[in-house]
Design a protein around this ligand. Sequence first.
Ligand code: DLL
Length: 443
Amino acid sequence: MDCNWNDKYGAINPDSALDFLPREQLRALQSQRLSAMVALAYENVPLHRKRMDELGVKPSDIRSIDDISKLPFTQKTDLRDTYPYGLFAVPLSEIVRLHASSGTTGKPIVVGYTREDMDVWAGALKRCLLMFGLTRADIVQVSFGYGLFTGGLGLHGGAEALGCTVIPASGGNSERQLMMLKDFCATAMACTPSYFIHLIDTAQKLGLDMRSFPIKVGVFGAEPWSDQMRKYIEQNAGIEAFDIYGLSEIAGPGVGGECREHDGIHILEDNFYPEIVDPKTGEPLPDGEEGELVLTTLGKRAMPILRYRTHDITSIIAEPCACGRTVRRIRRIGRRSDDMFIIRGVNVFPSQIEAALMRVAECSPHYRILLERKRDLDSVTVEVELNPDAYTDNIASLEALRKRIQASIMNIVNIKIDVRLVEAGKIERSEGKAKRVVDLRKI
Ligand code: DLL
């Protein structure tokens, strides 16, 4: 496998040229794209226009990328409040793809892409795959979920754009995943890091050694993972593991990725402009300081997003990278500034679980969410107290109620979550902010 394209010793692949632009040229491009994007958003999206008017900012005030801090923030609640299509800047006839992600309560948030946006997205993913040393000679098994989640179809489009052979495996069925990896001679696999660890352990149980498989590269993201997890994966599967970052609101996977130096995530900042702000005050912080990542889309037509508050905590590494790329890096994401947790790559807000419980009349407002790692996979259990008149000695009707609660949660968060009915008073009452989530996992 030719892995030398983009590293400091190799030639620059023309498809990665934007990763290596001189900073001044990159800034000029960012400035030009930002002005155009702000004009598009102001003219076509009532929410952006209203917010900018409230701050007294006109599109003509945004002449350079330095003016970005004059713009209003966008929050996940803005996507919820304009559900489903209120932030689209083009008519629906121009939208060729929809994806969706967790909202904070009952409904998901919806994002759209024009034909051109799809090309920009695939181009960004292609640049990430090139960073990982992949070429058209590679066979990539995509085991992120296909569907409304951006992981599966996103990676699929990027790998195809690079000319790889794509195995659209989607998630689940570990034995079959291993069979495909081995028999189809996959040289790379894209999935959540926790799922890959589960595959390593499944292989060991089946008496298979993944180190003897042709796979060389792992493309991992959609959830936080640590250097210890990386070590475990690399040693037990004999591969090089790369971090890929992204979020639905901005594009999906491909907002940035790790190069072979493995020292932070390069943000493709000609498309996705990063800032770090104080999570409490929203004040911009200098490079190197830790805070909340804020992203602005510079090339998106269907749904331009101004200064999106990601809630991901990181810092910008301004020092040049040994790989020669000029696009800046962020430290890997280890935690968030809100209460969202990620279970098997699926984002879950405690408020979604609460909304699901409140749809069942027998549930009391006393509940807690336990996060555990069982047999190397994350699991969630919701413990809930019932309203006093809902308790009964009839086991069958309690079991039916438990299943109804489980279905109500499944309806909103789209993953199966264990539900345990507990006796009245079992859930600790808090005097201040209730601690709803108990995280017993060790990442
Ligand atoms: O998780 C997109 C994605 C798919 C990224 C496949 C990478 C690979 P959402 O479902 O909208 O999109 O979730 C976005 O997941 O704000 C982070 O909190 C978290 N996240 C994503 N990538 C990483 C990563 C996709 N590499 C949210 N490390 C983000 C840590 C990550 N957290």
